[in-house]
Design a protein around this ligand. Structure first.
Ligand code: ADP
Length: 156
């Protein structure tokens, strides 16, 4: 079985993330979405909330599995027989960061590989941090996030 993982904080999930999940889920038998529970900064949403919103936003993708973890990504992958990391790239800035991470993992674990999907240009400016910034100042986040996230905020 070909398994991949999309790791991230997803604080909260955006339409840019969902686009990457849909494309990665079509390319692999099983796609794990790995939610970091040990984010350095205090997250706006708890790991349970982030996982629940991810599950709702990907319920149309039957081969997606949401998992939370706080150890090293490579160890999690080796334990669960996951061979690939899939990351979305918005820009050269994303690439410069991702290059170091991917090469480090490759050097330490030659059996693991990182694959990149270029984000859609219309989602290039979407990020979890922009969503959090808008929320802090009472802005409308609806155009940037899946419906379930907008509903969750409205009812909170
Ligand atoms: P991090 O935990 O590194 O802050 P995020 O949770 O923000 O990461 O995002 C996880 C992954 O999704 C990263 O590979 C990031 O580059 C990618 N990503 C985020 N937003 C977009 C977008 N709008 N288009 C494509 N990829 C994106």
């Amino acid at each position: 079985m070909r398994r991949a993982i999309c790791p991230g904080s997803f604080d909260p999930v955006t339409l840019g993330h969902v686009d990457i999940f849909e494309r990665a889920a079509a390319a692999f038998d099983e796609l794990y979405i790995g939610v970091f529970s040990n984010v350095r900064k205090k997250p706006m949403f708890s790991v349970e909330e982030r996982s629940r919103l991810l599950a709702e936003a990907t319920k149309h993708l039957p081969n997606v599995k949401i998992v939370a973890f706080d150890g090293l990504l490579a160890n999690y992958m080796l334990q669960h027989d996951i061979g690939f990391i899939v990351r979305g790239l918005r820009s050269v800035t994303d690439y410069e960061y991702e290059q170091g991470q991917a090469q480090l993992i490759k050097a330490m674990h030659p059996q693991l590989d990182t694959m990149f999907l270029l984000g859609r240009p219309e989602y290039n400016s979407y990020s979890s941090s922009v969503v959090r910034e808008l929320l802090n100042f009472g802005g409308d986040i609806a155009p940037l996030v899946p419906q379930c996230v907008a509903d969750f905020i409205k009812n909170r």
